[in-house]
Write a protein that binds this ligand. Sequence first.
Ligand SMILES: *[C@@H]1O[C@H](CO)[C@@H](O)[C@H](O)[C@H]1NC(C)=O
Length: 429
Amino acid sequence: MPPRRRTRAFVGVVFAVCALWGSTLLWRRSEAVEEKRTVVLTAYETQGLRPAWLRQIVEQYASDDYADLIDAILLVWNAPEEEPPSDLPAKVQVIRAAANSLNNRWLLTPEYAQPGPVIVLDNDLLLSKSGIRCLQAVQRDHPDRLIGPYVRRREDAIYVLDELMSRSSPYNFVLPRALIGHTELLDLYRNPELAQLHAYVDEQEAHCDDLLLNLAVSNTTGVAPLRVALPPSSVRDFATYCSPLDRAQSAGLADQTDRWKYRTECLQHLLSQAGFSTESSPEDEDVALCSQDGESYDLVSEVGLPRWRSMSTARAIDLCPELVPERDLAAESRLGLGRELVEYCPELDPGTTEWIDALIDKPLCGDGGAIQDPHLLASAKHQCGAWCMWDLRVRGKTGWRLTGSCFERFEGGHPECDKWFYQRPHMHL
Ligand SMILES: *[C@@H]1O[C@H](CO)[C@@H](O)[C@H](O)[C@H]1NC(C)=O
């Protein structure tokens, strides 16, 4: 063989060997990264309404109906002294934790979850198939982000409690009420450098494992989480609609003043540790707005309140009819101003109903007589249930206070209201 041809033949052989080797590697690789779609739930309650919700929730996710969307279900059982619920569907793998710790769902999960997208859900809401599909569709395109519908923001190192639904707003954190993220992201929580912060999360009152997760991920990826608007009617929200109707359950609700203080304290602590800084907590404002069936989505900069509300259309009467008082069966029949107000402030408990009635019936105190103040109403929409209402057009302690018979205007503070100033939404009209 002349040298040139020999060279060519040699190159050909090398090429063929390489191709073969490469394709074996590829094959091995695709075998190694075969992804599983896991759902993770956490529970510890054996009393009250939650055990029944949990059963309903896991039975749905384990049903044949969901089989094309969910490969595995992990239930982190956080009550070491109690037996987990019996007779759960075979698809549910129960992980019994040695101690009741908020860290368990992040520290244990990666050991059990196959590599792939993990949906972490609270045990008080149920997502429809379209909701699961939507999370998975967005996650496929954004594997480097935590993704979910419930978000919060910070202002510098101040935590903001606002729900961020009545106005478009930047956000920094996604809440694990419902979120999806790849195991590689969730694994970042296990970083041994964070051991002290794991301990802190268990001791501190704010239950801020979620803030630590968001920081650990964004510190590495450099990107904010991504907010998603789930498809219409895709959330059965037991916590929001049923808990307020059950006095025994609601009695333990954290005082919101303390909650805001503790969340801020936690955020400030975390931002001073483990090389974290405000740069570890970038913000975004875009929303992945899912289609009705959850198959597709558009990235948009603004989503209106009615669309946010539409995610969860099942009401107490659908979710927990046994808790609904007779007289409430007639609700939902408000018209005009009342209808506008309940869109912003759903009537989840008798207190809100009373408050909406007051806004409709009670005039401004003083010479105005029986007039509705449009400025009061505009501000009220963002301060559901508040008897001290801040005027969101101005930054100071100015607003209206509901007395027995009318709304009284005050400026520069009011002795009955100043202690609620922290509740003023962080927005301006
Ligand atoms: C966060 O990022 C900073 C800067 O890149 C780095 O020094 C630090 O180790 C990171 N912290 C963690 C817990 O990954």
